[in-house]
Unconditional design. Structure first.
Length: 85
């Protein structure tokens, strides 16, 4: 199983960081309003960055590190990530 740390861009322009083991399902949950209290009133959200990990602990650790980054640092990550798909 793979785990992910991710960043979403909310409709109001804010950034939200989280982790999951099913990225597509989690983004869908955020957009349905059942993902997180923070994103519930800021829909729709768009996945703008993610990293993959082999363990839940690694993903959780990276999520915590992402949450500590400044907005400018997060935006630099997103910019380097570029369009995927």
């Amino acid at each position: 199983m793979q785990y992910y740390a991710y960043i979403l861009r909310c409709a109001d322009g804010t950034l939200y960081s989280g982790y999951t083991n099913d990225l597509e399902r989690r983004v869908d949950a955020h957009n349905r309003g059942s993902g997180a209290k923070y994103t519930r009133s800021r829909r729709p959200v768009v996945l703008v960055y993610y990293e993959t990990f082999e363990t839940k602990q690694e993903a959780m650790k990276r999520e915590a590190a992402l949450k500590k980054l400044s907005r400018a640092e997060k935006l630099r990550l997103v910019q380097r990530f570029g369009p995927k798909g």
